[in-house]
Design a protein around this ligand. Structure first.
Ligand code: GLU
Length: 469
């Protein structure tokens, strides 16, 4: 049943559930909920063999209550207008939850990247960027794309170059897109950011002893088993940091199928096996499944769906055994499945919070581009010298020597990636505490709490602008 409800309707249902806990007027709630502008386009692509194909693409800007609007660009064969609008809508709430001062947007091109050569992908990306520029759907203060499913730094560099060739305002042009390669104005730590943010969020959720007790678990990530669906940028990095944090990887789902081993395996070994054999299937000692989705039903403490939307539905939710679901992907749980699992006492750490690490570090990249200086450049040496002076004073007072190793560790000064990671960690910790407090006060699940938080913040923004009394 829930599969027939469109993705946008799913998001709207979650919004409406949360809106019921607020006391904003119906008009204001409708303004917050609706997608403000969508540009649907069709353009020609000349294939390498000379034939012409028509490409369908979209960019949706959900809310301009803060500018620029922000959100990734997705390349996938099932991209459609409803999905792009749903994802743009989630971006608005996501940014509000982690206090990133942007409205939400999302773009999509309906193609299977596997079916196109690199030169074809470059041509269609540049044409898409051209369309966005001509229609005023891109710009440092207008709308700032980033990577999403099927895109990465390479596509962002093509977009930047196309925008640069068309703009009359080159000074801040670097900030027209984020997730760029570091040499093209990107920021260190952006690639790992979404997965790293997922890890911080799951770690936070597991750190509250009383919440864990309700699930029959002990606090902390150490020793908890987890399954990840999708080894793309988000799933791979989330799994890597969770493993580093002491959790045990027991299952992996990818497009070719899934593997499961109750006593766990190492992520690096799975990657190695896939590189050698071309598939995760047949991993030594693990059970292999032809279907990727079967992995969602295996035994574990934490399930991390990090592939696409609509994976956990009312059909398979009754067979989900995980006690915690950490939504790395956007919209992996349908609204009905969400209600069913919440009823069963499963803790769902919602996408709008959990995968916000990407846009958080995109915000840092945008700030870096607008300030035209690398974070840490002005103060790293100063910090290092200050700490060295303090250590010397302590040595003089105490008459004891601090070891070279300790001196080096304490007096190194923060690099750009240190600052990015600490900004990300702080953001995820703060937003989790805020969301959890609302959930406790109102007696809601975490998703509803996150939506209430977003709605209240956006409503405040409209009210302060004098748009609503
Ligand atoms: N595509 C990512 C997301 O869904 C990142 C968006 C961004 O950095 O603007 O959150």
């Amino acid at each position: 049943m829930s599969q027939e409800v469109s993705f946008l309707e799913q998001v709207d249902r979650m919004f409406e559930k949360a809106a019921g806990y607020t006391n904003h007027s119906a008009g204001l709630l409708r303004q917050i909920q609706m997608c403000n502008s969508t540009y649907a386009m069709e353009f020609p692509l000349q294939r390498d063999d000379g034939t012409i194909e028509t490409i369908r693409a979209w960019r949706a800007e959900h809310s301009q209550h803060k500018l620029p609007t922000k959100g990734g660009i997705r390349y996938a064969s099932n991209v459609n207008e409803d999905e792009v609008k749903a994802l743009a809508t989630l971006m608005t709430y996501k940014c509000a939850i982690v206090d990133v001062p942007f409205g939400g947007a999302k773009g999509g091109i309906k193609i299977s990247t596997r079916a196109y050569s690199d030169t074809e992908l470059q041509r269609l990306t540049r044409r898409y960027a051209y369309e966005l520029t001509r229609k005023n759907f891109i710009g440092p203060g207008i709308d700032v794309p980033a990577p999403d499913y099927g895109t990465g730094g390479r596509e962002m560099a093509w977009i930047l170059d196309t925008y640069n060739s068309l703009t009359r305002e080159p000074l801040d042009a670097l900030a027209c897109v984020t997730g760029k390669p570091v040499g093209q104005g990107g920021i260190r730590g952006r690639t790992e950011a979404t997965g790293r943010g997922c890890y911080f969020g799951i770690r936070e959720a597991c750190s509250y002893a009383d919440d864990m007790e309700k699930l029959g678990l002990t606090p902390g990530l150490q020793g908890k088993t987890f399954i990840v669906q999708g080894l793309g940028n988000v799933g791979y990095h989330a799994a890597m940091y969770m493993e580093e944090g002491g959790a045990i990887l027991v299952g992996v789902g990818e497009y070719e199928g899934a593997i499961y081993k109750a006593d766990g395996f190492k992520l690096a070994d799975v990657i190695d096996h896939r590189a050698k054999t071309g598939s995760i299937l047949g991993f030594p000692g693990a059970e292999s499944f032809e279907s990727s989705k079967v992995v969602l039903e295996q035994d574990c403490d934490i399930l991390v769906p990090a592939a696409l939307e609509g994976q956990i539905t009312t059909e398979n939710a009754p067979r989900v055994k995980a006690k915690i679901i950490g939504e790395g992907a956007n919209g992996p749980t349908t609204a009905d499945a969400d209600a069913y699992l919440a009823e069963r006492g499963v803790m769902i750490i919602p996408d709008v919070y959990l995968n916000a690490g990407g846009v958080t570090v995109s915000y840092f990249e945008w700030l870096r581009n607008l300030s035209h200086v690398r974070f840490g450049r002005m103060n790293r040496r100063f910090e290092s010298t200050t700490v060295t002076n303090i250590l010397e004073a302590v040595e003089n007072l105490s008459g004891k020597r601090i070891s070279e190793d300790d001196r080096e560790r304490l007096a190194q000064g923060a690099t750009e990636v240190d600052l990015v990671n600490s900004g990300l960690e702080e953001t995820m910790i703060h937003a989790y505490a805020e969301t959890r407090a609302i959930a406790h006060d109102r007696g809601t699940d975490l998703r509803t709490a996150a939506f209430i938080n977003a709605i209240d913040k956006i409503a405040k923004s409209y009210t302060e602008m004098g748009i609503w009394p």
